[in-house]
Design a protein around this ligand. Structure first.
Ligand SMILES: Cc1cc2nc3c(=O)[nH]c(=O)nc-3n(C[C@H](O)[C@H](O)[C@H](O)COP(=O)(O)OP(=O)(O)OC[C@H]3O[C@@H](n4cnc5c(N)ncnc54)[C@H](O)[C@@H]3O)c2cc1C
Length: 340
């Protein structure tokens, strides 16, 4: 994939040296035994995510933002379908419900894909959020606590408490949860926790339209992105670019998504907007959730990679249990901060 400019995976050459330690750990974690162990741990975390999102969205009056029609994977060649069948078998072993479907069934479920041939798979239990931004706003509104908006630049132990400082901010806290996504590594390092967190930069492009052509998310697997029917727009989102936090977005990655979407809907005009985000990624694809090994008052909650939105309520529940002293996210927990 790395030698193909049109592949869904890219590494910025200038970043290879700084990425080397992460890449070596990632390669180690990709060996069969480690990958199987990590997949089982991820499946364990994900098992509660759907029901918890349903409950949370219901609680804050945002159930209308969840759509329960599953998600579809598309395979454009027989070779891709065969690889997909192996992938599906592994997922079934982990308790995921997935079914291969014929082209005719695909066209019945998604009439907008009537020009697409090949095999497909459906994950009937997948839940889709039609507008994550609106969901986050609804959550913030329902939280019922003051929200201060500041950038924390300094975090230090001060007596028995933690001192947080930044421009216009000086706050003493008994407990601190570091949940700053890909920026968490630098904050954790300030209390001596060296965590091999990096970022997988991801992109999306959007076309405004009243009816976004699909009923559920559809992933053309070989291209590594999803076409998602958002509220009032069609979104193409995904792909991975390893390249750090400071480099500006790559136009070529945006164009790749546009080309991928046009391979399915050739009449799409120029997109209305694009975006790049920083997935906070660990070499073993597992988040870091647990008490800091160095500082009892600090709880880490970051590193969710591709599934941070999905795992938000699961993470929140784990953090609540740790803060409330009901769990220490034990020394053996797969998400423990000191595992590397
Ligand atoms: C293209 C793309 C598609 C994705 N699709 C999905 C998907 O379909 N499903 C899914 O589950 N996940 C998806 N993800 C992944 C998901 O977005 C992340 O896993 C998730 O956002 C991580 O959540 P977080 O709260 O840890 O970090 P973030 O969402 O990055 O939030 C971190 C917050 O911390 C703040 N912050 C950072 N530094 C500081 C500081 N020093 N002081 C104070 N605040 C600070 C930031 O401003 C930000 O608000 C996708 C990501 C991308 C890029």
């Amino acid at each position: 994939m790395l030698f193909d400019r049109a592949s869904p995976l890219a590494i910025r050459h200038a970043a290879i040296a700084s990425l080397a330690p992460w890449l070596l750990r990632f390669a180690w974690q990709s060996l069969p035994r480690q990958a199987a162990r990590n997949a089982a741990a991820i499946a364990g975390l994900l098992a509660g995510a759907g029901p918890m999102w349903r409950e949370l969205a219901g609680h804050i009056g945002a159930s209308a933002l969840l759509r329960e029609k599953g998600a579809i994977y598309l395979y454009d060649t027989d070779k891709a379908a065969q690889a997909g069948a192996r992938d599906m078998a592994q997922r079934r072993d982990l308790g995921v419900r997935v079914e291969m479907i014929s082209t005719a069934e695909l066209h019945r479920l998604e009439p907008g894909l009537c020009n697409v041939n090949g095999q497909a798979a459906i994950f009937p239990d997948a839940i889709f959020m039609t507008d994550p931004g609106r969901m986050v706003c609804a959550l913030a509104k329902a939280a019922g606590v003051p929200i201060l908006s500041h950038r924390v630049t300094r975090l230090a132990l001060c007596g028995g408490a933690m001192m947080l400082e930044g421009a216009g901010l000086s706050l003493l806290a008994r407990k601190v949860v570091i949940a700053a996504g890909a920026h968490s590594r630098a904050l954790a390092a300030q209390i001596g926790d060296r965590i091999p967190l990096d970022t997988e930069r991801g992109y999306h492009v959007e076309w405004d339209m009243e009816s976004p052509r699909l009923g559920r998310p559809v992933c053309p697997v070989s291209r590594g992105f999803y076409l998602c029917p958002m509220e009032g727009r069609l979104r193409a989102a995904g792909t991975v670019e390893l390249g750090g936090l400071t480099h500006p977005p790559s136009k070529a990655r945006v164009e790749l998504l546009v080309a991928g979407a046009r391979a399915i809907f050739p009449d799409l005009p120029a997109p209305d907007r694009d975006w790049m985000g920083f997935r906070p990624s660990m070499p073993d694809s597992l988040p870091v959730i647990g008490q800091s090994p160095n500082c009892a008052g600090v709880i880490h909650a970051f590193g969710h990679g591709h599934i941070g939105m999905t795992l938000a309520p699961v993470t929140a529940r784990m953090v609540c249990d740790i803060v409330g002293g009901r769990s220490l996210a034990g020394a053996c927990a797969p998400t423990r901060p000191g595992r590397f």
